[in-house]
Design a protein around this ligand. Structure first.
Ligand SMILES: Cc1ncc(COP(=O)(O)O)c(C=O)c1O
Length: 382
């Protein structure tokens, strides 16, 4: 059993959710058309903290707190006198940070009487949701883009093993077209035909971000309550970054660094506007940063989200979030070095944040850097 409350980062940034059809501010009633009531309320609440229900606290307690270790060999190999503290979300049941959100979402959907969930995934989220939903007797349909299916065949197998149905979504439409939008559209087309099936997006929305804030809060406690100088997180939709950084954002003396792929610089080069994950006018639109398209076709897994959670944009606009952009070669190099030194294989997305750790460690002296393993590497840097 864990003893925790979640930090509601959206409480500071209200009124960013819009009805996709009318363009007006979303209400609980308008959100209820697409979200189960409990999830709809989470999108609008301005409570600064949210309690974890006892049944869920019990379940989280089976694998939380996740370990925090110091990567001394990695630091030595970089020739830095900085200390690198690594929070290990690779030890969750799904082997990635998404397990925190998956349990949260599955629990609340089950409470609301939902029987079937549909989602888009590049792999890790589908595994986490399939496993969590099975605990609550829910059925899951995962729409997986063809690039991820090819890069990560193990993830589809893991989703099926957990009882989910996996639908591989055809060839990507055009160079630069976001594969997440493609698979989200496919999932939404399915949901529209099947009353009673609820579509869940695997990042960005508050229902997804909230439980990730356990990660940063635990890390702070494991560091003896002493904040690090730098916190690093790779950013797809923002769940990983906001999760590890939650207690540190806006805190004087702590630099929060967002690691992005050069093909999807949504925080550093995104345009502030209204965006949705689908182009079907279905899911609520968010006032946040977005990109029209990806800037290349190289595989970047879950870092290819062309919109981010609204708090990521808000913190960046306020100057509380710095960005660093990397090539996949830099990400893979950092991941390889980390594996050689620490004996832990990590996923490609984690490689990006390790590349940011390398850059920060080389630019600083005698500082403490906090990063997390957002996923173990089930297959080679994928
Ligand atoms: C291992 C891993 N790290 C990071 C991310 C980034 O996504 P988000 O910012 O939504 O947490 C993903 C997304 O799929 C992921 O699988």
């Amino acid at each position: 059993m864990i003893d925790a409350t979640l930090i509601n980062l959206s409480a500071e940034h209200p009124a960013h959710l819009l009805d996709p059809v009318t363009g007006r501010l979303a209400t609980e009633e308008s959100l209820a058309r697409v979200l189960p009531p409990r999830l709809a309320r989470m999108e609008l609440t301005d409570e600064p903290t949210i309690p974890v229900p006892a049944e869920l606290a019990e379940l989280y307690g089976t694998f939380r707190p996740t370990p925090l270790f110091e990567a001394t060999r990695f630091a030595a190999a970089l020739g830095t006198d900085c200390r690198i503290h690594v929070k290990d979300e690779g030890t969750t049941p799904s082997g990635n940070h998404k397990a925190n959100s998956a349990l949260w979402v599955a629990y609340h959907c089950a409470q609301d009487g939902v029987r079937t969930l549909a989602t888009e995934t590049t792999g890790n989220w589908g595994v986490a949701l399939a496993q969590a939903a099975a605990r609550f007797g829910l059925e899951v349909l995962c729409f997986l883009d063809s690039a991820s299916a090819a890069a990560r065949p193990d993830r589809a197998a893991m989703m099926r093993e957990a009882g989910a149905e996996v639908v591989v979504v055809g060839e990507d439409r055009a160079d630069g077209f976001d594969p997440l939008v493609l698979s989200a559209n496919a999932a939404i087309d399915h949901v529209r035909e099947m009353p009673g099936v609820r579509y869940i997006f695997g990042s960005v929305y508050n229902y997804f971000i909230l439980p990730q804030t356990l990660v940063g809060q635990e890390a702070l406690a494991q560091l003896g309550g002493e904040a690090p100088d730098v916190v690093v997180g790779s950013c797809g939709g923002g769940a990983n970054l906001l999760g590890i950084a939650a207690p540190f954002l806006g805190r004087p003396g702590v630099d929060v660094v967002c690691a992005e792929s050069e093909h999807c610089p949504v925080v550093s080069a995104g345009v502030f506007g209204d965006y949705s994950i689908d182009d079907r006018d279905f899911y609520p639109r968010l006032r946040t940063y977005g990109l029209e398209r990806l800037l290349g076709s190289e595989y970047i897994g879950g870092l290819g989200s062309t919109l981010v959670a609204a708090p990521v944009a808000a913190f960046h606009r306020r100057g509380d979030l710095a960005t660093r952009t990397f090539t996949s070669a830099e990400a893979v190099k950092a991941a390889r070095l980390f594996e050689e030194c620490e004996g832990r294989a990590v996923a490609l997305e984690t490689g990006y944040q390790l590349a940011a750790v390398v850059a920060e460690a080389r630019a600083r002296s005698r500082q403490r850097i906090l990063v997390n393993i957002s996923s173990t590497g089930h297959s080679r840097f994928a």
